[in-house]
Design a protein around this ligand. Sequence first.
Ligand code: FEO
Length: 400
Amino acid sequence: MYNVKNITNDLYWVGANDRRLALFEGVYDIPTGVSYNSYLLMDEKTVLLDTVDKAVAHQFFENIEHVLNGKKLDYLIINHMEPDHCAELQNLINKYPEIKIVCNAKIQTMINQFFDLSFPQEQYIIVKEGDTLQTGKHTLQFALAPMVHWPEVMVTYDTTDKILFSADAFGSFGAIDGNIFADEVDFDHRYMDEARRYYTNIVGKYGPQVQMLLKKAANMDIQMICPLHGYVWRKNLNIFIDKYQKWSTYEPEIKSVLIPYASVYGNTQNAAEILAGELANLGVKDIKMYDTSVTHPSYIVSDAFKYSHIVFASTTYNMGIFVSMENLLHDMNAHNIQNRKIAIIENGSWAAASGNLMTEIVSKWKNTEIIGNRLTLKSSLKTDQREDLKNLAKEIAATF
Ligand code: FEO
Protein backbone atom coordinates (compact mmCIF):
# COMPACT_ATOMS: atom_id res chain seq x y z
CA MET A 1 0.00 0.00 0.00
CA TYR A 2 1.26 3.51 -0.83
CA ASN A 3 3.02 5.52 1.86
CA VAL A 4 3.70 9.05 0.64
CA LYS A 5 4.43 12.25 2.52
CA ASN A 6 3.57 15.81 1.59
CA ILE A 7 6.58 18.10 1.47
CA THR A 8 4.74 21.10 0.00
CA ASN A 9 1.37 21.47 -1.76
CA ASP A 10 2.73 19.97 -4.93
CA LEU A 11 5.81 18.06 -3.82
CA TYR A 12 5.67 14.53 -2.42
CA TRP A 13 8.16 12.16 -0.85
CA VAL A 14 7.67 8.86 -2.65
CA GLY A 15 10.68 7.05 -1.18
CA ALA A 16 10.84 4.16 1.24
CA ASN A 17 12.81 2.76 4.18
CA ASP A 18 14.99 -0.30 4.41
CA ARG A 19 15.28 -1.44 8.02
CA ARG A 20 16.77 -4.85 7.32
CA LEU A 21 19.84 -4.09 5.25
CA ALA A 22 22.80 -5.51 7.16
CA LEU A 23 25.52 -3.41 5.55
CA PHE A 24 25.06 -0.21 3.54
CA GLU A 25 27.43 -0.31 0.54
CA GLY A 26 28.47 -3.71 1.92
CA VAL A 27 30.54 -1.92 4.58
CA TYR A 28 28.53 0.13 7.08
CA ASP A 29 26.14 -1.36 9.58
CA ILE A 30 22.97 0.68 9.88
CA PRO A 31 21.18 -0.34 13.07
CA THR A 32 18.49 2.29 12.54
CA GLY A 33 18.02 1.50 8.84
CA VAL A 34 18.20 3.88 5.91
CA SER A 35 15.73 5.75 3.75
CA TYR A 36 15.94 6.06 -0.01
CA ASN A 37 14.33 9.37 -0.83
CA SER A 38 12.66 10.11 -4.12
CA TYR A 39 10.49 13.19 -4.71
CA LEU A 40 7.60 13.70 -7.11
CA LEU A 41 6.72 17.24 -8.19
CA MET A 42 3.15 17.55 -9.47
CA ASP A 43 3.40 20.67 -11.63
CA GLU A 44 1.86 21.12 -15.11
CA LYS A 45 4.54 18.61 -16.01
CA THR A 46 5.17 15.83 -13.50
CA VAL A 47 8.76 15.41 -12.37
CA LEU A 48 10.33 12.57 -10.45
CA LEU A 49 13.59 13.53 -8.74
CA ASP A 50 15.78 10.44 -8.40
CA THR A 51 14.60 6.91 -7.73
CA VAL A 52 15.40 4.26 -5.10
CA ASP A 53 17.31 1.11 -4.25
CA LYS A 54 15.95 -2.15 -5.63
CA ALA A 55 15.18 -3.38 -2.09
CA VAL A 56 12.28 -0.93 -1.79
CA ALA A 57 11.07 -0.90 -5.40
CA HIS A 58 7.62 -2.27 -4.69
CA GLN A 59 6.77 0.49 -2.22
CA PHE A 60 8.26 3.12 -4.51
CA PHE A 61 6.15 2.17 -7.56
CA GLU A 62 2.99 2.08 -5.46
CA ASN A 63 3.82 5.55 -4.16
CA ILE A 64 4.37 7.02 -7.62
CA GLU A 65 1.22 5.49 -8.98
CA HIS A 66 -0.81 6.89 -6.10
CA VAL A 67 0.51 10.44 -6.43
CA LEU A 68 0.25 10.48 -10.23
CA ASN A 69 -3.35 9.32 -9.91
CA GLY A 70 -3.54 8.51 -13.62
CA LYS A 71 -1.41 11.44 -14.82
CA LYS A 72 1.51 10.84 -17.11
CA LEU A 73 5.06 10.89 -15.70
CA ASP A 74 6.86 13.50 -17.81
CA TYR A 75 10.39 13.80 -16.44
CA LEU A 76 12.90 11.90 -14.36
CA ILE A 77 15.75 14.03 -13.06
CA ILE A 78 18.78 11.95 -12.12
CA ASN A 79 21.09 13.77 -9.74
CA HIS A 80 23.23 10.77 -8.82
CA MET A 81 23.76 7.49 -10.67
CA GLU A 82 24.71 5.26 -7.73
CA PRO A 83 22.46 2.18 -7.69
CA ASP A 84 20.96 2.97 -4.26
CA HIS A 85 19.15 5.73 -6.21
CA CYS A 86 19.04 4.29 -9.71
CA ALA A 87 18.68 0.53 -9.59
CA GLU A 88 15.07 0.75 -10.74
CA LEU A 89 15.71 2.85 -13.83
CA GLN A 90 15.00 0.06 -16.30
CA ASN A 91 11.75 -0.85 -14.55
CA LEU A 92 10.70 2.79 -14.38
CA ILE A 93 11.24 3.21 -18.12
CA ASN A 94 9.32 0.00 -18.80
CA LYS A 95 6.41 1.38 -16.80
CA TYR A 96 6.57 4.94 -18.14
CA PRO A 97 8.12 4.57 -21.62
CA GLU A 98 7.38 8.15 -22.68
CA ILE A 99 9.34 9.65 -19.78
CA LYS A 100 12.14 12.09 -20.54
CA ILE A 101 15.38 11.65 -18.58
CA VAL A 102 17.00 14.89 -17.45
CA CYS A 103 20.65 14.42 -16.53
CA ASN A 104 24.15 15.59 -17.35
CA ALA A 105 26.49 13.94 -19.85
CA LYS A 106 28.44 12.00 -17.21
CA ILE A 107 25.22 10.58 -15.83
CA GLN A 108 24.17 9.49 -19.31
CA THR A 109 27.50 7.68 -19.71
CA MET A 110 26.94 5.91 -16.40
CA ILE A 111 23.39 4.96 -17.34
CA ASN A 112 24.85 3.11 -20.32
CA GLN A 113 27.49 1.51 -18.10
CA PHE A 114 24.96 0.19 -15.60
CA PHE A 115 22.19 -0.74 -18.03
CA ASP A 116 21.69 -2.12 -21.51
CA LEU A 117 18.99 0.40 -22.35
CA SER A 118 17.60 1.01 -25.79
CA PHE A 119 16.31 4.39 -24.70
CA PRO A 120 15.97 6.92 -27.54
CA GLN A 121 18.41 9.83 -27.48
CA GLU A 122 15.56 12.27 -28.13
CA GLN A 123 14.08 11.33 -24.75
CA TYR A 124 17.19 12.57 -22.99
CA ILE A 125 17.55 16.19 -21.92
CA ILE A 126 21.24 16.67 -21.24
CA VAL A 127 21.88 19.61 -18.92
CA LYS A 128 24.93 21.61 -17.93
CA GLU A 129 25.75 23.91 -15.02
CA GLY A 130 23.08 26.57 -14.65
CA ASP A 131 20.63 25.10 -17.18
CA THR A 132 16.97 25.23 -16.23
CA LEU A 133 13.87 23.17 -16.80
CA GLN A 134 10.46 24.83 -16.79
CA THR A 135 7.75 22.52 -15.53
CA GLY A 136 4.85 25.00 -15.28
CA LYS A 137 4.86 26.98 -12.08
CA HIS A 138 8.31 25.73 -11.16
CA THR A 139 11.71 26.44 -12.63
CA LEU A 140 14.35 23.88 -11.80
CA GLN A 141 18.00 24.82 -12.09
CA PHE A 142 20.92 22.41 -12.18
CA ALA A 143 24.31 22.76 -10.51
CA LEU A 144 27.13 20.26 -10.83
CA ALA A 145 28.50 18.78 -7.60
CA PRO A 146 31.29 16.42 -8.72
CA MET A 147 32.59 13.98 -6.08
CA VAL A 148 29.76 14.67 -3.68
CA HIS A 149 29.85 11.70 -3.79
CA TRP A 150 30.60 10.44 -7.31
CA PRO A 151 31.96 12.42 -10.29
CA GLU A 152 28.62 12.67 -12.12
CA VAL A 153 26.65 14.15 -9.21
CA MET A 154 24.56 17.27 -9.67
CA VAL A 155 21.97 18.99 -7.50
CA THR A 156 18.67 20.53 -8.52
CA TYR A 157 17.40 23.84 -7.18
CA ASP A 158 13.72 24.69 -7.40
CA THR A 159 13.91 28.46 -7.82
CA THR A 160 10.16 28.79 -7.30
CA ASP A 161 9.88 27.17 -3.87
CA LYS A 162 13.59 27.64 -2.95
CA ILE A 163 14.18 23.92 -2.47
CA LEU A 164 17.55 22.29 -2.95
CA PHE A 165 17.47 18.64 -4.00
CA SER A 166 20.92 17.94 -2.68
CA ALA A 167 21.65 14.33 -3.75
CA ASP A 168 23.80 12.56 -1.11
CA ALA A 169 24.75 15.85 0.55
CA PHE A 170 22.89 16.60 3.80
CA GLY A 171 21.79 12.98 4.05
CA SER A 172 21.93 10.64 7.00
CA PHE A 173 21.81 7.00 7.96
CA GLY A 174 18.61 6.12 9.79
CA ALA A 175 15.17 5.32 8.41
CA ILE A 176 12.46 7.98 8.46
CA ASP A 177 10.20 7.21 11.42
CA GLY A 178 6.88 8.69 10.32
CA ASN A 179 7.88 12.34 10.44
CA ILE A 180 9.56 13.67 7.32
CA PHE A 181 11.03 16.98 8.53
CA ALA A 182 14.18 17.21 10.66
CA ASP A 183 12.48 19.81 12.87
CA GLU A 184 9.81 17.27 13.80
CA VAL A 185 12.32 14.93 15.46
CA ASP A 186 15.02 15.35 18.09
CA PHE A 187 17.58 15.39 15.30
CA ASP A 188 20.55 16.46 17.38
CA HIS A 189 20.00 13.70 19.90
CA ARG A 190 18.76 10.91 17.67
CA TYR A 191 20.33 11.48 14.26
CA MET A 192 23.31 13.85 14.30
CA ASP A 193 25.82 11.10 15.14
CA GLU A 194 24.49 9.00 12.28
CA ALA A 195 24.48 12.02 9.97
CA ARG A 196 28.15 12.53 10.86
CA ARG A 197 28.96 8.85 10.37
CA TYR A 198 27.18 8.97 7.01
CA TYR A 199 28.96 12.14 5.86
CA THR A 200 32.44 11.25 7.07
CA ASN A 201 32.45 7.70 5.72
CA ILE A 202 30.63 8.35 2.45
CA VAL A 203 31.86 11.81 1.43
CA GLY A 204 34.50 12.63 4.08
CA LYS A 205 37.37 12.17 1.64
CA TYR A 206 36.00 14.89 -0.63
CA GLY A 207 36.09 17.93 1.64
CA PRO A 208 37.27 20.40 -1.06
CA GLN A 209 34.50 19.26 -3.43
CA VAL A 210 31.90 19.63 -0.66
CA GLN A 211 33.28 23.12 -0.07
CA MET A 212 32.66 23.93 -3.74
CA LEU A 213 29.06 22.82 -3.39
CA LEU A 214 28.62 24.85 -0.19
CA LYS A 215 29.92 27.92 -2.03
CA LYS A 216 27.39 27.40 -4.80
CA ALA A 217 24.65 26.84 -2.22
CA ALA A 218 25.60 30.09 -0.47
CA ASN A 219 24.48 31.94 -3.61
CA MET A 220 21.06 30.30 -3.55
CA ASP A 221 18.19 31.33 -1.33
CA ILE A 222 17.54 27.90 0.17
CA GLN A 223 14.42 27.44 2.28
CA MET A 224 14.41 23.66 2.23
CA ILE A 225 16.88 20.83 1.62
CA CYS A 226 15.65 17.50 0.25
CA PRO A 227 18.47 14.93 0.45
CA LEU A 228 18.50 11.39 -0.92
CA HIS A 229 18.71 9.82 2.55
CA GLY A 230 17.16 10.88 5.85
CA TYR A 231 15.06 13.82 6.88
CA VAL A 232 14.06 16.94 4.94
CA TRP A 233 15.35 20.25 6.36
CA ARG A 234 13.05 23.29 6.36
CA LYS A 235 14.04 25.03 9.64
CA ASN A 236 17.38 25.96 11.21
CA LEU A 237 19.21 24.92 8.07
CA ASN A 238 22.32 26.61 9.40
CA ILE A 239 22.74 23.94 12.07
CA PHE A 240 23.37 21.33 9.42
CA ILE A 241 25.19 23.65 7.01
CA ASP A 242 27.58 24.63 9.84
CA LYS A 243 28.30 20.95 10.49
CA TYR A 244 29.04 20.47 6.78
CA GLN A 245 31.28 23.50 6.89
CA LYS A 246 33.31 21.95 9.73
CA TRP A 247 33.36 18.42 8.36
CA SER A 248 34.40 19.49 4.89
CA THR A 249 37.24 21.65 6.20
CA TYR A 250 38.32 18.99 8.72
CA GLU A 251 37.80 21.42 11.56
CA PRO A 252 37.16 19.59 14.85
CA GLU A 253 33.76 20.14 16.45
CA ILE A 254 35.03 19.82 20.01
CA LYS A 255 38.29 20.17 21.89
CA SER A 256 38.62 16.78 23.50
CA VAL A 257 40.45 13.48 23.19
CA LEU A 258 39.46 10.40 21.26
CA ILE A 259 41.32 7.24 22.33
CA PRO A 260 41.07 4.25 20.02
CA TYR A 261 43.08 1.35 21.46
CA ALA A 262 44.00 -2.16 20.30
CA SER A 263 44.77 -4.55 23.13
CA VAL A 264 45.10 -8.33 23.07
CA TYR A 265 45.31 -9.11 26.81
CA GLY A 266 44.17 -5.83 28.33
CA ASN A 267 47.53 -4.21 29.10
CA THR A 268 47.40 -1.61 26.35
CA GLN A 269 43.79 -0.97 27.33
CA ASN A 270 44.93 -0.45 30.92
CA ALA A 271 47.33 2.31 29.84
CA ALA A 272 44.62 3.90 27.66
CA GLU A 273 42.14 3.84 30.55
CA ILE A 274 44.63 5.42 32.95
CA LEU A 275 45.50 8.11 30.41
CA ALA A 276 41.81 8.88 29.94
CA GLY A 277 41.41 9.20 33.72
CA GLU A 278 44.42 11.53 33.98
CA LEU A 279 43.00 13.69 31.18
CA ALA A 280 39.71 13.83 33.07
CA ASN A 281 41.61 14.89 36.22
CA LEU A 282 42.99 17.77 34.17
CA GLY A 283 39.47 18.88 33.30
CA VAL A 284 39.15 17.41 29.82
CA LYS A 285 35.48 16.70 29.13
CA ASP A 286 33.75 14.22 26.85
CA ILE A 287 36.77 11.94 26.36
CA LYS A 288 35.85 8.97 24.20
CA MET A 289 37.46 5.53 24.05
CA TYR A 290 37.01 2.72 21.55
CA ASP A 291 38.29 -0.82 21.47
CA THR A 292 39.18 -1.10 17.79
CA SER A 293 38.51 -4.84 17.85
CA VAL A 294 34.96 -4.28 19.03
CA THR A 295 33.75 -1.16 17.23
CA HIS A 296 33.44 -0.88 13.46
CA PRO A 297 35.92 1.70 12.07
CA SER A 298 33.08 3.79 10.61
CA TYR A 299 32.11 4.93 14.12
CA ILE A 300 35.70 5.81 15.02
CA VAL A 301 36.30 7.60 11.70
CA SER A 302 33.18 9.60 12.43
CA ASP A 303 34.42 10.66 15.86
CA ALA A 304 37.85 11.41 14.43
CA PHE A 305 36.13 14.19 12.45
CA LYS A 306 34.55 15.44 15.68
CA TYR A 307 37.49 15.38 18.10
CA SER A 308 40.51 17.69 18.08
CA HIS A 309 42.95 15.19 19.64
CA ILE A 310 43.45 11.47 19.02
CA VAL A 311 45.57 9.04 21.03
CA PHE A 312 46.28 5.81 19.18
CA ALA A 313 47.28 3.01 21.55
CA SER A 314 48.23 -0.30 19.98
CA THR A 315 50.07 -3.44 20.77
CA THR A 316 52.57 -4.87 18.29
CA TYR A 317 51.37 -7.89 16.34
CA ASN A 318 53.37 -9.91 13.84
CA MET A 319 55.93 -7.10 14.08
CA GLY A 320 53.28 -4.70 12.83
CA ILE A 321 50.36 -2.69 14.14
CA PHE A 322 47.59 -4.80 15.65
CA VAL A 323 45.26 -5.71 12.80
CA SER A 324 42.13 -3.80 13.89
CA MET A 325 44.18 -0.65 14.59
CA GLU A 326 46.02 -0.93 11.30
CA ASN A 327 42.70 -1.25 9.54
CA LEU A 328 41.37 1.83 11.35
CA LEU A 329 44.43 3.93 10.51
CA HIS A 330 44.21 3.02 6.82
CA ASP A 331 40.50 3.80 6.88
CA MET A 332 41.18 7.22 8.41
CA ASN A 333 43.86 7.78 5.80
CA ALA A 334 41.39 6.93 3.05
CA HIS A 335 38.93 9.45 4.46
CA ASN A 336 41.50 12.22 4.32
CA ILE A 337 41.48 12.92 8.06
CA GLN A 338 43.74 15.88 8.84
CA ASN A 339 44.22 18.86 11.09
CA ARG A 340 44.50 16.85 14.31
CA LYS A 341 46.85 16.54 17.27
CA ILE A 342 47.99 12.97 17.79
CA ALA A 343 49.70 11.07 20.61
CA ILE A 344 50.93 7.49 20.47
CA ILE A 345 51.12 4.60 22.94
CA GLU A 346 52.72 1.33 21.84
CA ASN A 347 53.18 -2.06 23.40
CA GLY A 348 55.41 -5.01 22.54
CA SER A 349 56.56 -7.96 24.60
CA TRP A 350 59.81 -8.46 22.76
CA ALA A 351 60.11 -5.66 20.20
CA ALA A 352 57.63 -2.79 20.15
CA ALA A 353 57.17 -1.82 16.50
CA SER A 354 53.65 -0.40 16.40
CA GLY A 355 54.64 3.11 17.56
CA ASN A 356 56.96 3.82 14.64
CA LEU A 357 54.54 2.26 12.17
CA MET A 358 51.57 4.27 13.48
CA THR A 359 53.69 7.43 13.45
CA GLU A 360 54.67 6.74 9.86
CA ILE A 361 50.99 6.66 8.84
CA VAL A 362 49.71 9.66 10.80
CA SER A 363 52.70 11.88 10.05
CA LYS A 364 51.50 12.01 6.42
CA TRP A 365 48.19 13.60 7.42
CA LYS A 366 47.90 17.29 6.54
CA ASN A 367 48.23 19.86 9.35
CA THR A 368 48.66 17.08 11.84
CA GLU A 369 51.05 17.32 14.76
CA ILE A 370 52.37 14.50 16.90
CA ILE A 371 52.44 15.65 20.49
CA GLY A 372 53.81 14.35 23.79
CA ASN A 373 56.39 11.71 24.54
CA ARG A 374 55.41 8.39 23.06
CA LEU A 375 54.81 5.82 25.80
CA THR A 376 56.29 2.36 25.16
CA LEU A 377 55.03 -0.56 27.22
CA LYS A 378 56.88 -3.82 27.49
CA SER A 379 53.98 -6.19 28.04
CA SER A 380 52.37 -4.13 30.79
CA LEU A 381 52.47 -0.74 32.45
CA LYS A 382 55.04 -0.59 35.26
CA THR A 383 54.72 1.54 38.38
CA ASP A 384 57.39 4.00 37.28
CA GLN A 385 55.56 4.49 33.97
CA ARG A 386 52.41 5.69 35.63
CA GLU A 387 54.10 9.06 35.99
CA ASP A 388 54.91 9.00 32.28
CA LEU A 389 51.22 8.58 31.53
CA LYS A 390 50.38 11.47 33.82
CA ASN A 391 52.95 13.58 31.97
CA LEU A 392 51.55 12.54 28.60
CA ALA A 393 48.10 13.65 29.78
CA LYS A 394 49.61 17.02 30.79
CA GLU A 395 51.36 17.38 27.45
CA ILE A 396 48.12 16.68 25.60
CA ALA A 397 46.08 19.04 27.78
CA ALA A 398 48.70 21.76 27.31
CA THR A 399 47.88 21.87 23.59
CA PHE A 400 44.17 22.66 24.11
FE1 FEO B 1 23.20 7.38 -1.62
FE2 FEO B 1 26.19 7.96 -3.26
O1 FEO B 1 24.53 7.17 -2.98
